[in-house]
Design a protein around this ligand. Sequence first.
Ligand SMILES: Cc1cc2nc3c(=O)[nH]c(=O)nc-3n(C[C@H](O)[C@H](O)[C@H](O)COP(=O)(O)OP(=O)(O)OC[C@H]3O[C@@H](n4cnc5c(N)ncnc54)[C@H](O)[C@@H]3O)c2cc1C
Length: 427
Amino acid sequence: MANTPYPQSYYAASANPVPERPPLQDDVETDVCVIGAGYTGLSSALFLLENGLRVTVLEAARVGFGASGRNGGQIVNSYSRDIDVIERSVGPKQAQLLGQMAFEGGRIIRERIARYNIQCDLKDGGVFAALSNKQMGHLESQKKLWERFGHTQLELLDQRRIREVVNCDQYVGGMLDMSGGHIHPLNLALGEAAAVESLGGRIHEQSPAVRIERGANPVVHTPQGKVRAKFIIVAGNAYLGNLVPELAAKSMPCGTQVITTEPLGDALAKSLLPQDYCVEDCNYLLDYYRLSGDKRLIFGGGVVYGARDPANIEAIIRPKMLKAFPQLKDVKIDYAWTGNFLLTLSRLPQVGRLGDNIYYSQGCSGHGVTYTHLAGKVLAEALRGQAERFDAFADLPHYPFPGGQLLRTPFSALGAWYYTMRDKLGI
Ligand SMILES: Cc1cc2nc3c(=O)[nH]c(=O)nc-3n(C[C@H](O)[C@H](O)[C@H](O)COP(=O)(O)OP(=O)(O)OC[C@H]3O[C@@H](n4cnc5c(N)ncnc54)[C@H](O)[C@@H]3O)c2cc1C
């Protein structure tokens, strides 16, 4: 049987020790079968177990194999589309509910880390960096908007002040969110998996769900076993493939790439990011970076629509890093990898139910570290009969990509080119 290892990332190389979790080889019965051990699946499993349900998690490869174990590690609040855009397309009650939830994911992460003593290098503080006055104006209105929903740990940074927190002369200003921050993403996922098991949950790695037998008593089949469950949660996101064909039409897997330098040493690291905040710029196709626990620079950017793996990641991302920090020109890149996230046309998550007992959440379109933790809570609430918050997401409209499965990639690349040009021209 195929044994899929972690990609060769800095995170896999610096992961906390973990047990191998054997493939499912028997016929088991449980309350909830979760498909996918990324943040969505693990967060759902934890909330369900904490409420006394029995849970079995099936993971096609390893815990955190997908985006959750490869991402930039940035705890970014709110969604990939901001609440004012949501307000314009849905009714006030739904928008209010979604706005109230937009900052909950970050709190869930911090509670999990504290409660289960997860060692994942948590640091507070995230910066949104503006490359133009137009982007700065957007941050000013975003601050007011977020404050309307009670999110207050925000500070606007002028040009002088942003230079104190990021030693890069590209920015005209920015916004600091002290309830943002960063983590070692794979170690967070591994800690959450250990928490699932500490509560009696079962996790099987190398156990892809290959078929779902739907009906009143659904059964999930893996190559060597099956899980009979009352409910199923589908949490495979960009790695799900065609297991649930209804979910594939309105979303598109996209790749984004990350590089990691050799350790920089304390002095050089501190000269780049003196307070150790993480940073993302405000471009449509954004750059994001931060320091690791052992003082490397982890730098990500770029999007490959359709999620083909690029041949030379370092050649794509290193020039972006050197544009921000030319002083790193002699620094060696130790790791380079790619990972897939799932894009929807609205850039809002796709959440819902198929029949009575198959639930799903996917497609948070780039910013997902906080949302996926919230999603686990909202899915668990819905399974337990409290669906008001779930419905606020499930009622969001979603549309197929123009061009269908065949042409959606070139059409989306064209759209991204248009927004990139707008960013470059500052209009
Ligand atoms: C390179 C990169 C950088 C990013 N940086 C950030 C960032 O800094 N901040 C931020 O907020 N967001 C970031 N994101 C987005 C964020 O990581 C994701 O939104 C989030 O991790 C998605 O979690 P998930 O659990 O839904 O999916 P995933 O983590 O992808 O997990 C899905 C899991 O399901 C498994 N699976 C799939 N199909 C099956 C099957 N049939 N049977 C069993 N298992 C299956 C997969 O193997 C995988 O482990 C980034 C994404 C990428 C790719």
